[in-house]
Write a new protein. Structure first.
Length: 85
C-alpha cells in the first residue's frame, strides 16, 4: 500500500514556522505571536495525525512515519507494509 509523504513534510514545515514565531515573539515581546505559532503547530499535528493512518485498519502510523529515513513502515496492528511516497 502507498501513502503520501506530504503529511510528514507539512508537520516539519509547521514546526519550523513555530520556531520562527517563537523567536519573533520573543524579540518583539508579543506573547500573542507565540500563541498563534503554537496554535498553528497543534492544528497541523492534528491534521497529520488524521492523515497518517493505515488505509487497511485505520491505526495511527504517526510515530512510525516520523522516524528518520522512514520509507517503508509496517502497521503495528495489522502488519501491512506501507510505502511513503
Amino acid at each position: 500500500m502507498k501513502m503520501k509523504r506530504k503529511w510528514k513534510r507539512q508537520l516539519m514545515y509547521c514546526v519550523g514556522f513555530f520556531f520562527i514565531m517563537l523567536a519573533l515573539g520573543y524579540l518583539l515581546h508579543k506573547g500573542i505571536i507565540i500563541i498563534l505559532g503554537a496554535a498553528v503547530m497543534c492544528a497541523s499535528a492534528g491534521a497529520a495525525e488524521r492523515g497518517l493512518r493505515c488505509p487497511n485498519c485505520k491505526e495511527s502510523l504517526f510515530k512510525q512515519a516520523l522516524e528518520r529515513g522512514a520509507e517503508e513502515i509496517q502497521c503495528p496492528k495489522c502488519g501491512k507494509t506501507i510505502i511513503l511516497e
